[in-house]
Structures are given as structure tokens and as C-alpha cells.
Design a protein around this ligand. Structure first.
Ligand code: BMA
Length: 340
């Protein structure tokens, strides 16, 4: 019996590996066969990373950031029986407008995939006269209808909550600049209809802890738990060799998620294996999705590694929440409602 509960469906066939016995003091453990997606995964695509997966019809489906051989990122659909071995469509996702006509972004990267009620939403970063957030809806993974862009530029790392809160859809995002953004806090916005977004609130920002001292950004869709919304996010530090991306964890208030209840002072995972340290952009662990099973409390976290691969790390709801609580350091700005 788990101490804490995840309020989400059971996913008995989710991928899983037990915690290694010699692992102490670390709340996440890597899948031993990582990376689960290697280079040149499909014709015309050099690398897949920073991608999101979800259970679907007893199997798994995902939206994948594919770096095409012309260097431009786009989103590809993938399917899997076990969420570890993936088959990708050779064609990129064909987005349409509300009339059903093709409506392709110029580029698309870092997709997230979230089910809210009966629909699946894709959220990604694209050009809208500058880097901004794109949004699309599907119910069958055949037709992907773009919705209005939720925010004006510049903005990245948008993540939708998996249910409405107080009657509204809720999205986290990270206002940014047009380049490699040397700043950035996580904000929250609400919408009654997925068209008009407002009631913006500050959730949390960078901290003096060096691993997240430059900027932070949303990661996987928050998991509803008995302790609040469990959020895996990324935190960035600057070094003389560039940015280093680690994975952090926080628990947000269930009814007022702009208030942070617990926030882990330590990173949960930082680049240390070859596929995280070496690649197109070295030293990047970039979380984008979880698959989790409410019956067993198991969580599989999917993250992009070195802008080149996809890795999976495991934990349990008890293990991760206890670790975040035990190492929580919440500052006044975190606990505020986040409006000024
Ligand atoms: C960020 C995003 C991510 C990328 C990371 C490291 O700004 O563009 O897609 O993984 O940089 O390069």
C-alpha cells in the first residue's frame, strides 16, 4: 500500500524496473537499457529527444521532437506496446486548422501531450513571430486541430494540467526571450475555453541553489496526488562551458497551484551518464512526461538527454514525495499566490 495516492488511472502495463540495491540517497533511478531512443530513429530524422508519451487504448502513444536532417525540429507520432520500444511515423504530424485545412507551424519542438477529459492536447514551442507556444487537440491521433496560440511571444515550456481546476483549464509556461534565455520563472495561466488565457500567476523562480540558479521551466504534466500536484521541472545552471539542465521536483497546492507547498532543494537527476553528458548539446536532462500507475504508485519519467536521446528514470510516489518533503526549501515567493 502506498503512503501517498496518485489520483489517476491504473496503468498496469507501464514500464518498470526495481530500484537498484546499491542506490542510496537518490530518488530516481535510470532504466538500465537507456537510452530508449537512439540516433537516426526514422528516415529523415537525426535525433529524437524532449518528447512526451501517454497510455492509449491499452498501449502507448507519443509525440516526439524529431530533429530533421535539415536541422529543423518537428513533431512526429510514435506508438509502442511497452513504452520502451517505439515505432515512428515517417511523416510529421499534419496539423490542420478548424476548417480541416493544413496549418503547419514553421518548426515545432519540445512537445507535451496531456489528456484532459475526453481530448488529448499537444503543447509545443513554435514560431509565432518569435518563439511562442502552439496548441492542438486530437481525440483519435489522426486529426490534430490547432487551437489559438495561448500566449504572445516570447514563451517556452508550456505544460497543461490533466484536469480543470476551479472550472478552468490551467497551463504552466515560462516567458522567455528569442534566444537561449538567460532567465526564466514558471507562471500559471487559466482558461475557461482553451482560447482565452488569463488570471496569470507566478508559481516559482530560480533560486540560489546553483543547479537552478539561471532559469527553470515546466517539465512533465503535473501528477495529481494526495499531497498536491507533483511537478517534475527542469533547472538550469551556467558554467564556462554553457548551460547544464537538471531535473527538479516540487509539490503545488491542489486548489491553488500557484502556491508551492514543497520544493526540493536538491536536483532529482543531473547529467552523469554518457547519453546525458555527450551529444548535440551536452549535459542536458529535460523532463517532458510521466507514465504512472495509481495502483502500484510507480512512476516512469521520460526525459530528453543531451538533445540527442530519450531516457527513462523510475521512482515511486512514496519515494519521490518523501524525498521532496525531506529536502524541501520553500521561499516566501514560492508560497505566495503569485499576483502583484
Ligand atoms: C532549451 C530548449 C530545449 C533544449 C535545451 C538545451 O532552450 O531549446 O529544447 O533541450 O535548450 O539545449
Amino acid at each position: 500500500m502506498s503512503k501517498y495516492k496518485m489520483i489517476s488511472p491504473a496503468v498496469p502495463n507501464m514500464p518498470w524496473q526495481e530500484k537498484p540495491e546499491n542506490l542510496t540517497g537518490a530518488p530516481l533511478w535510470r532504466y538500465t537499457a537507456n537510452p530508449v531512443i537512439d540516433r537516426n530513429p526514422v528516415e529523415g530524422v537525426a535525433r529524437i529527444f524532449n518528447s512526451a508519451v501517454i497510455p492509449y487504448e491499452g498501449k502507448f502513444i507519443g509525440v516526439f521532437r524529431g530533429e530533421q536532417t535539415n536541422g529543423v525540429p518537428f513533431i512526429y507520432l510514435g506508438r509502442s506496446e511497452d513504452a520502451l520500444h517505439w515505432e515512428f511515423n515517417k511523416e510529421k504530424i499534419n496539423f490542420v486548422d478548424e476548417k480541416g485545412e493544413s496549418f503547419m507551424p514553421k518548426y515545432a519542438y519540445d512537445p507535451r501531450l496531456v489528456k484532459v477529459e475526453d481530448a488529448y492536447y499537444l503543447i509545443w514551442c513554435q514560431d509565432f513571430y518569435g518563439a511562442s507556444i502552439g496548441l492542438a487537440k486530437t481525440t483519435d491521433f489522426k486529426t490534430f486541430t490547432r487551437l489559438e496560440n495561448p500566449f504572445i511571444p516570447f514563451n517556452r515550456n508550456a505544460v497543461l494540467f490533466p484536469r480543470k481546476i476551479n472550472g478552468n483549464y490551467v497551463m504552466l509556461s515560462r516567458p522567455s526571450d528569442s534566444g537561449h534565455t538567460p532567465f526564466g520563472d514558471i507562471f500559471l495561466s487559466e482558461s475557461p475555453d482553451m482560447t482565452y488565457w488569463g488570471k496569470h500567476r507566478h508559481v516559482m523562480g530560480k533560486t540560489p541553489e546553483w543547479w537552478q540558479s539561471v532559469k527553470i521551466g515546466g517539465g512533465a504534466a503535473p501528477i495529481e496526488t494526495s499531497e498536491g500536484w507533483l511537478l517534475f521541472y527542469h533547472g538550469v545552471t551556467g558554467t564556462c562551458n554553457g548551460y547544464v539542465y537538471s531535473i527538479g521536483g516540487a509539490i503545488l497546492d491542489i486548489d491553488e497551484p500557484s502556491k508551492v507547498k514543497y520544493r526540493c532543494e536538491n536536483f532529482l537527476l543531473t547529467p552523469e551518464t554518457w547519453y546525458e553528458e555527450r551529444g548535440f548539446v551536452p549535459n542536458v536532462c529535460f523532463p517532458c512526461a510521466t507514465i504512472h500507475d495509481s495502483e502500484t504508485g510507480r512512476i516512469a519519467l521520460y526525459y530528453g538527454a543531451a538533445d540527442s536521446y530519450v531516457g527513462v528514470a523510475f521512482t515511486t510516489v512514496d519515494e519521490i514525495i518523501d524525498y521532496i518533503k525531506e529536502h524541501s526549501l520553500v521561499r516566501e515567493e514560492d508560497t505566495e499566490l503569485g499576483i502583484r
